[in-house]
Design a protein around this ligand. Structure first.
Ligand code: ATP
Ligand code: MG
Length: 244
């Protein structure tokens, strides 16, 4: 990793970019573009965990802890950015982690599984034996012992089609996605609109606290609150630049 000065105003963002670049072929080219889309939305959130994100984190923690078979679906970006935190979350719940890729190749799955093993967990995903109905073949592959039989699936940085397919399969889906407008954000049952590496430690804390989050969570309303938060950030910015 190049030397990034810690006092650089975009330090966290630059570290994340370096991690993705250092992962090389394990992160798909399209994954780098997806990261850029996420960064743009994070600007609009003021690069902070918002109140609505905290609410979603608490509901997600409760769902994961009460699940019969909770599974964390991990892709190249999520493992390159947060492999150890994903492992820590899986141990805390406890849940299985499945390597599940949009741009699947057995070399990438094995390389990413090796990173999770280094982080202390034994992941699923290297020997797919289940197909998610409604998706083209490579994107549909997963493990019966993981996503196949799961009742609750956490999908950080998921694609909208696959999120919809998991919902159609009867899974309770929790998404982590910085874009409150994406199909994933709108399709999941619980969407945490926050940056992955920023919200995972908060999710781990919420899982360890095991405090009931309340049953009245409405994802659509919560996404509306996130958008309101973005309007406030933009308004404040406008006022500061003298255009308000
Ligand atoms: P969808 O398929 O759900 O409509 P999309 O096609 O716009 O969304 P994808 O490329 O499929 O986007 O998925 C990537 C998503 O992950 C984007 O919505 C992006 O905002 C989000 N994202 C990227 N990096 C991060 C990150 N570090 N933390 C949280 N979300 C992120
Ligand atoms: Mg997509």
């Amino acid at each position: 990793m190049g030397k990034i000065p810690e006092d650089h105003p975009r330090y966290q963002s630059l570290v994340a970019r370096e991690k993705l670049i250092a992962a090389g072929e394990l992160v798909a080219g399209a994954g780098l573009i997806a990261h850029g889309r996420g960064e743009a939305f994070d600007y609009l959130l003021g690069e902070k965990t918002t109140g609505p994100a905290y609410s979603a984190i608490n509901v997600a923690a409760e769902l994961l802890c009460n699940a019969r078979q909770p599974v964390i679906s991990a892709n190249g970006n999520s493992i390159a950015l947060a492999g150890p935190a994903i492992a820590e979350l899986a141990i805390a719940i406890p849940a299985r982690v499945e390597v599940n890729l949009f741009h699947r190749s057995s070399a990438r799955v094995s390389g990413l599984a090796a990173l999770l093993r280094e982080a202390g967990i034994e992941p699923l995903g290297e020997r797919p034996d289940f197909h998610i109905p409604g998706l083209a073949s490579e994107r549909a592959k997963c493990s019966r012992a993981g996503i196949g039989d799961a009742d609750v699936v956490l999908v950080p940085l998921e694609d909208g089609d696959r999120c919809q397919a998991l919902v159609d399969l009867g899974k309770k889906v929790i998404a982590i996605d910085l874009n409150p407008l994406s199909r994933t954000a709108r399709t999941a049952h619980v969407t945490i609109v926050d940056e992955l590496t920023r919200c995972l430690p908060l999710l781990i804390t919420a899982v360890n606290r095991k405090k009931p989050a309340g049953a009245d969570f409405d994802n659509e309303k919560n996404l509306g609150k996130v958008m309101e938060q973005m309007r406030i950030v933009l308004k404040n910015m406008q006022t500061r630049t003298g255009e308000g």
